[in-house]
Design a protein around this ligand. Structure first.
Ligand code: FMN
Length: 306
């Protein structure tokens, strides 16, 4: 019998018992999956992105299955930050680090949500969803423009003392540049990647499959793209990275750790298997024990280059 594996990691000041969290928007408010997954067996939970006011999101059809993936244009439906704090947070078991995802259509909206979350028990950190269109800048995502991203991170940093993760948009030419911008403006860590902008067509109607026309692609199809981006970002910044994109097994997650991620998030996989995040966490520990790896954090950045 091998010695116990140390699975603890520190994600920019958020202490996690193991490196596996659930990804924003794919795990509701943490309670919906209670019959299937004990949240205390994973590292933490990232809530659906929150706005100042509740939002109903886009009209259907807003989800579509694609080869090895899924296209969605939910439109950031959420209950609003106040209802989250009053009604959803109390349902989450004690001892589960909750990372609250924040978004808005102007920096002032992000700032307001950050302020309301700061000091709330159970909220261990904030994740800034930078994949949101900036209304005044003509709908370009904050995370697609270095200046917009810098301004957003600066304002959010000033608004909260909580650990601040910046979730990068992958819909850019040079992801390392965006990683450096977030780090320079005071982010404690990065989360990456959000969905890749995509389109699919229904031949019977000759229309886009989604009413919104464009959607975000997630699931196993995006895993190698996400690994590439995490690796490039990890070469460019010193802050920790939470790797996201197509993870459904422990092996997938370990690839992210080797490419420089300190922790990971499981997203679309939870739709197929609501126990996925727990299985990934247990699988990483088992793999380390089998390989003689004493601490999960020893894997981080261990990619052997040719
Ligand atoms: C249905 C759905 C809703 C999502 N909602 C959000 C959201 O509210 N905020 C956010 O930052 N990311 C959101 N995402 C993106 C995921 O958190 C994740 O970054 C992405 O799906 C890639 O990971 P995956 O391939 O493991 O799903 C959503 C993804 C899906 C599939």
């Amino acid at each position: 019998m091998s010695a116990a594996v140390d699975t603890c990691v520190d994600l920019g000041g958020i202490a996690l018992r193991n490196p596996v969290l659930t990804a924003s928007g794919t795990f509701g408010y943490g309670t919906e999956f209670a019959p299937f997954l004990d949240l205390t067996t994973i590292g933490g939970f990232v809530a659906k992105s929150l706005t100042v006011e509740p939002r109903t999101g886009n009209l259907p059809n807003r989800i579509h299955e694609t080869p090895s993936g899924m296209l969605n244009a939910i439109g950031l439906e959420n209950v609003g930050v106040d209802a989250f704090i009053a009604e959803k947070l109390p349902e989450i078991p004690d001892g589960v680090p909750v990372v609250a995802s924040v978004f808005g259509t102007a920096p002032s909206e992000y700032v307001e949500v950050c302020k309301r979350l700061t000091g709330v028990p159970k909220v261990a950190g904030i994740e800034i969803n930078a994949s949101c269109p900036h209304v005044k800048a003509g709908g370009i995502e904050f995370g697609q423009n270095a200046e917009l991203l810098a301004g957003l991170v600066r304002e959010c940093r000033a608004a909260t003392s909580l650990p601040l993760l910046v979730k990068l948009s992958p819909n850019v030419t040079r992801i390392a540049d965006m990683a450096r911008v977030a780090e320079a403006e005071g982010a404690d860590g990065l989360a990456m990647i959000n969905t890749l902008q995509a389109l699919d067509v229904d031949l019977a109607t000759r229309r886009p499959v989604l009413r919104n026309v464009l959607g975000g692609l997630s699931g196993p199809a995006i895993l190698p793209v996400a690994l590439r981006m995490v690796w490039q970002a990890s070469q460019s910044v010193a802050i920790p990275i939470c790797g996201i994109g197509g993870i459904s097994t422990a092996e997938d997650a370990i690839k992210f750790l080797l490419c420089g991620a300190t922790a990971v998030q499981v997203g679309t996989a939870s739709y197929l298997n609501p126990m996925a995040a727990g299985e990934v966490a247990a699988g990483i520990e088992a793999w380390c024990a089998e390989q003689g790896v004493a601490a999960v954090r020893d894997l981080v950045g261990g990619l052997e280059l040719p």
